[in-house]
Design a protein. Sequence first.
Length: 136
Amino acid sequence: MAQHWSHLQHTIEDKLRQEISSKYKTLDSKLLRLTQAQTTTPLEQHTFYPRVVNNTNITFSNSEMRLLHKGLKYNTHAKKKDWIQTLALEAETAITQLPATERDVYRKLVADCIDKLQRHNPTHRTHPEAKMINLI
């Protein structure tokens, strides 16, 4: 019985080895064909046009042109006037989700941070790029 089992096991292992070898050969040939097909350089060259074309009689400075080249979706990072108030409201909303025993501690920490932000936040300072966009 033991001889039959070892012979059966040996036969199964041989069949599995042959099947795995066949699968790997197929995969290797596919990979080789794909790499050969994708290594050729395209025959046509794409022409990329400048992002900004000045059709006016206005001469822009280098910094203005750099800003315009960033495109229409560029974010100037201008903060809203009430951003600290919004931050305080969001912090309070988050604090109300905490256990009641921890809320006062976090309210004090947030109040200190917001106070520091208000002291260091110049009130109507606009980002230089936002000023430049308004001028353009």
